[in-house]
Design a protein around this ligand. Sequence first.
Ligand code: GRG
Length: 296
Amino acid sequence: MDFNIWMNEKIKSVEQYLIKSIEEKNNPQKLIYEAMNYSLLSGGKRLRPVILLAAYELFDKNLEAAMPFACAMEMIHTYSLIHDDLPAMDNADYRRGKLSNHKKFGEAAAVLTGDGLLNKAFETGIRAAMESGIDIEYAVKALYVIADSSGSEGMIGGQVVDVFGHHKISTIEDLKYMYSLKTGAIIKSSIKAGALLGKAEENELKALECYAEKIGLAFQIQDDILDVTSTLEKLGKKTGSDEANDKITYLTFVSIDEAKRQVEKLTMEAIECLSIFDGKEVFLIELAKYLTNRQH
Ligand code: GRG
């Protein structure tokens, strides 16, 4: 199957699941459903759910069983974007081509919306662990990896280093550490969770972790490049914000051309990590290339 068809099918089934995830009830707290759906259903590349499904598909074709876990990753990712856009953090007015959540609903609502999506993620995952037919031991292992990677040892930890330890990032290694937590951790856990749900063996998990670490860093460097080279229209958020906010990025340490070379090198290395899969990994290879070449 052609990669674009494969990718569009995955995105479509993720969107269909997300649309059904948050029912808008007519009760006193109805604002929260509207605000959660506003951000959750406002586009986005859906990379984390797609890579979870791609890893799972190496081992099992019953994608329906893995879908709630995949969509839980998107809920966590969306909550992090809502909180990251708040005035106390990045103070961003636009996200995914629309007003950011706090610009639309106000700051208090945006905090609660992010909290609501985080809870929804685990409610969705735990319900699936009970009902989806996936072996409960593997479902719990996957949920553990997801929780760990989005907490203080993962994404939240990385955000803390970024927001509070910014002045201490003096080498490219410091920056890579922050990136491996802030952006890399939930990319890696999406892949690991998909593999665990498919009951991957230890050597298969290791190979996928190796792949995930490389594409996670490549993805973040590409994000730094796009902040300089892209536009609001293409990216759906303001560009040039790293420089405007005096942020240390990969481009603080290397030129754009060198950064592009690094993205290509990491992508090739990521693909090499998958050699044990003997041809079954074709979409993971294409996915790595897609991330490298992405323009938004
Ligand atoms: C607030 C706990 C907390 C964490 C925030 C994700 C994050 C941590 C910050 C976002 C800041 C940022 C721009 C990071 C760079 C990489 C990244 C996560 C980009 C956004 O992800 P995409 O490109 O977005 O997958 P879409 O909208 O396509 O889903």
